[in-house]
Design a protein around this ligand. Sequence first.
Ligand SMILES: NC(=O)c1ccc[n+]([C@@H]2O[C@H](COP(=O)([O-])OP(=O)(O)OC[C@H]3O[C@@H](n4cnc5c(N)ncnc54)[C@H](O)[C@@H]3O)[C@@H](O)[C@H]2O)c1
Length: 296
Amino acid sequence: MAKWMNAGYNTVYHHTISHHIQRKIQPANTHNRNPEEKKMTFENKVYAITGLAGIGLAVAKHLYARGARLSLADISASALQNAVSILTTESPDPNDNNDRILTTELDITNRAAVDAWITRTTIHFGRLDGAANMAGAIGRKHGVGALLDQDDDEWDMLLRVNMSGTMYCLRAEVRAILATAGTGSIVNAASIQGVRGFALHAAYSATKHGVVGLTRSVAKEVGPAIRVNAVAPGSIQTPLLDKAVEIQGGKLNAMPTVFPRLGTAEEVAESVGFLLSDASSYTTGQVLSVDGGWDP
Ligand SMILES: NC(=O)c1ccc[n+]([C@@H]2O[C@H](COP(=O)([O-])OP(=O)(O)OC[C@H]3O[C@@H](n4cnc5c(N)ncnc54)[C@H](O)[C@@H]3O)[C@@H](O)[C@H]2O)c1
């Protein structure tokens, strides 16, 4: 196992956190850049990212290439391994021996494990500046199951992952940012289905509407110190979309978009990067659609 991998980490170090944090807080070093560059750089800043298969991986690539230190978490060990391999291959950093990446195998529905992950992140890096909460799930009948056939276990699973899991992450991240960097920015993954209704998607759509409500409300509690926004992707080419296509018999439901194509994870990552950066310093509580102009 690579030295930065630590699968199954679940120990809480509450008694040592403040000591380590006080010792390790360092200001981000951006003084040599011009003002425009400064807004978009993430140099020396620390970001927590969940969900590393599709959009989360693209966000990690975006931030890593711009100098960020990353704490990556996913329920899938192979998604984490793949992410580390891609990041270090695409943006090799001769100076840091890969110590800009920390990985944790994590189920975001486990509150204690989420808290332990964020604690581990601040102990390891000394600070937290922001987060991209991209982990999410679809059900077995995504786009083909009516409410009247809704399976209760599936409904509970979607609420646990997409809503409770996102809330656990957001809560732990807000605490850690306030205790370390003091200010920051967090982006949650909503969906086109969090801002519109879609037949045969009630459960997933309800959870994504929940993410929108969580984002808008928490932004008002924790601002201006911490900005909280969401992205609402349309149909984006990722493993999740492949799964949806398979469930829907090999073809996607029609997309009434301006662009007659799927979006890419990188296109969503550009918007997440904007919301995490100082370029969006006056924007909070917003849901940014990245959907190709759905239903214009
Ligand atoms: N791809 C799209 O078309 C699309 C559209 C709208 C919204 N979204 C949302 O964007 C986010 C990212 O989507 P994606 O397409 O990259 O998905 P993906 O399935 O490609 O990647 C999601 C990642 O989350 C991880 N994950 C799932 N459950 C988890 C859990 N309980 N704990 C920790 N990790 C978990 C998976 O292992 C996977 O690596 C999701 O929240 C999704 O709902 C995606």
